[in-house]
Every structure is written in structure tokens, then in C-alpha cells.
Design a protein around this ligand. Structure first.
Ligand code: F6P
Ligand code: MN
Length: 359
């Protein structure tokens, strides 16, 4: 038999054995609703409200996954001629996904208000829907500049307790530091759709099985490796960076010939969700640091619906998240759309950058 055929047969055997293996695991799969209810049993006095809220968010995410996946087939690609409160041109999918999040979460009575990247002010729950004890903050389609390119995008969300349950939420009600988050999560619409969640007891990842419409626990107890040789930063901003970040990146680039004594690799997806997911999977450091590009903006990313939920997840997975000057989760927000510098990822590497800031 020629080498080609023997290799081809070998490849076929391995595909079949992988397939058989995954079929075996079908016999018992840990689905997302079961996982959440089991988690709820550990919380004294839990009424099931939070579980129900999370289920609504998950339904919204499945709906978004569908829209993003169908793409041009259903005419959702491209931009509108509107801008959001940040002055960014809105994509059709920014508006559609924002609407999906609202419609799935406004009716059930778990929330007293919502806030989103795509809405200037707090979204009040319309009457006659009942008001509840939680607040929901979200970025419905993070990395949406990538959406027309068929590159990964995501949804980020954060759940806070309402200071006064069942009263229509004010903007100030949302101004709680990230340490107060009850839950944070993201969905990544990549080659598969994944949901990654924390309720403050570690981080778990689920993969959407489209055939049955459920998220299956595929990545239990995700941990960020403490060391890494991979960094992510938008290098086109280099001339605006502060000295500690200049130094750190220069040393990564110098690799084995520099003070770090080892070579580094670089990645930049320009979708924070994809970036954080890579770091959760194989380690790394992600930076959108403070720079002097526009002095009115202390950073690029938004505290409440990007930096805080991702920082909660990263810390729960054993990583660190900082502005370079303070822990992100300790910042008390002063505005719904406040921006912050973000440096997050593998613990030992973030500590190197923090050390340079202290100097
Ligand atoms: O929402 C902000 C965001 O799209 C992030 O997802 C991403 O990390 C960043 O902006 C990309 O920024 P830039 O356009 O500078 O590469
Ligand atoms: Mn975003």
C-alpha cells in the first residue's frame, strides 16, 4: 500500500475513534440548566430567581448566536448610519443583538433595570412587567468591527443586585464596584458557540450543541496558566503608550536576546471576548493600557460591561486584572460608559507589568 493510502487510512481511523469517543460521552452530558440548579443548591435562601434570570440570558445568547451564524443569509451584515453614545458607528447587528437582550430579559420580573453599550441611559423595565431584584449590564456584540469579516465576536454580561429591589433602577444603582457582581459571563460566537460563566466559585465553559439547543459543560473549572509567552496589544498605538508598557512590550519583542531571556509570540484579534477566551484556554496577557492618544479617554474599554465582567472571570480563573495602577474590580463606577485601562491575564506576567508601573 502506498504511503498516501496508509496515511489516509490512519487519519480515517483516528477520526472514527474520536467520533466514537464523543458518542460515548453523549450517554451522560452535563447541561447548562442542570449545572445552574446544582450551583443554586449551594446558595442559602436562593429562590430560583437568579437561575431563571440566567436561563433568560442564555436564551438571548442562543438567539444571538443564530443571527450571527446565519449572517448574510438573513441580511444582518453591514453598518447603519447611526452612532452609539460612544460615537461609534453602529452595525446592524449591534442594534439587533441589543434588542434581543432586552426582549428576552424585560418580561420575567427578575430585573429592575438594564444598561448596555448600545443605550445612552438606563433601560427601564416597561409596565406592566414586574420589577425584580437584579440589574443586568451588557455589551450585546463585543468586537462588532469584526462581524462582517466572519471573525469571532461575543456578548459580555454582568449581573448586580439592585440596591432597592422592585423599584425602577436609577443610573446610580448601577455604580457598584466589580467585586459586587453576582455573576459575569460571556458568549463567544466562534467556530463553535461557547458560554463562559462565573458566579464567584470558579469559571466554567459550555459549548452550544445546536442539534438539541443546549449548552453542554465542556470546560469545567477553567484555569489560566500562571506563566505565558504570548501577549496581545494593539501595536498601532505604541507611540501613545506610557513608559511601563513601552518597556514591557520592548522586552517581549527582544525575546531571548533581552532581559526576559525567552521569545514571545503576539496575537491581536480585536475582539476582547476572543482575546480573553484564548487567555483562559492557553494563558497570555491582554493589554488595552492607558495612553495619550485622546486625553479625554483614560482607556479604550468600558468598565461596566467589558472590563468588570472579564476581570471577575479572569480573577476567578486564577489570573489578574488591573489598570496598571489599581485592581479593576475595586473601581467605583461614576458613569455607565466609563472607560478604563485594562491589563489582564496570566498572573506572573501581569505582575511583571504591575512591577514596571510601580517603578
Ligand atoms: O468593544 C471594544 C473592542 O472592540 C474590544 O472587543 C477590542 O479588544 C477592542 O475594542 C479593539 O480595539 P482596536 O479597534 O483598537 O483594535
Ligand atoms: Mn465591546
Amino acid at each position: 500500500m502506498s504511503a498516501f493510502f496508509s496515511n489516509a487510512r490512519h487519519a480515517q481511523t483516528s477520526i472514527i475513534s474520536v467520533f466514537n469517543f464523543s458518542r460515548k460521552t453523549d450517554a451522560y452530558r452535563h447541561y447548562h440548566p442542570q449545572f445552574i440548579i446544582e450551583e443554586q443548591r449551594h446558595i442559602a435562601g436562593a429562590s430560583g430567581d437568579f437561575t431563571a434570570l440566567l436561563n433568560d440570558i442564555v436564551t438571548a445568547i442562543k438567539t444571538i448566536s443564530n443571527a450571527v451564524n446565519k449572517g448574510a443569509l438573513i441580511g444582518v451584515m453591514g453598518a447603519l448610519d447611526t452612532e452609539n453614545v460612544q460615537g461609534e458607528t453602529q452595525k446592524k447587528l449591534d442594534v439587533i443583538t441589543n434588542e434581543i437582550m432586552i426582549r428576552h430579559n424585560e418580561w420575567a420580573g427578575h430585573l429592575s433595570g438594564m444598561a448596555s453599550e448600545e443605550m445612552d441611559d438606563v433601560y427601564s423595565i416597561p409596565s406592566p412587567n414586574p420589577l425584580g431584584k437584579y440589574l443586568l449590564v451588557f455589551d450585546p456584540l463585543d468586537g462588532s468591527s469584526n462581524v462582517d469579516l466572519n471573525i469571532s465576536v461575543g456578548t459580555i454580561f454582568s449581573i448586580l443586585r439592585s440596591p432597592v429591589p422592585s423599584r425602577a433602577a436609577s443610573k446610580e444603582d448601577f455604580f457598584q464596584p466589580g467585586t459586587k457582581q453576582v455573576c459575569a459571563g460571556y458568549a463567544l460566537y466562534g467556530s463553535s458557540t461557547m458560554l463562559v460563566l462565573t458566579t464567584g466559585h470558579g469559571v466554567n465553559g459550555f459549548t452550544l450543541d445546536r442539534d438539541i439547543g443546549e449548552f453542554v459543560l465542556t470546560h469545567p473549572n477553567m484555569k489560566i496558566p500562571v506563566d505565558t509567552r504570548e501577549f496581545a496589544i494593539n501595536a498601532s498605538n505604541q507611540r501613545f503608550w506610557e513608559p511601563p508598557v513601552q518597556r514591557y512590550v520592548a522586552e517581549c519583542q527582544a525575546g531571548s536576546t533581552g532581559p526576559r531571556g525567552r521569545d514571545f509570540n503576539m496575537r491581536w484579534v480585536a475582539s476582547m471576548v476572543a482575546e480573553v477566551h484564548r487567555i483562559l484556554t492557553r494563558g497570555g496577557i491582554f493589554m488595552y493600557p492607558r495612553d495619550t492618544k485622546d486625553l479625554s479617554k483614560p482607556g479604550r474599554l468600558r468598565l461596566m460591561y467589558e472590563a468588570n465582567p472579564m476581570s471577575f472571570i479572569v480573577e476567578q480563573a486564577g489570573g489578574l486584572s488591573t489598570t496598571g495602577y489599581e485592581r479593576i474590580l475595586d473601581i467605583v463606577p461614576q458613569d455607565l460608559h466609563q472607560r478604563v485601562p485594562v491589563i489582564l491575564g496570566s498572573k506572573n506576567e501581569v505582575e511583571v507589568v504591575l512591577g514596571y508601573h510601580k517603578k
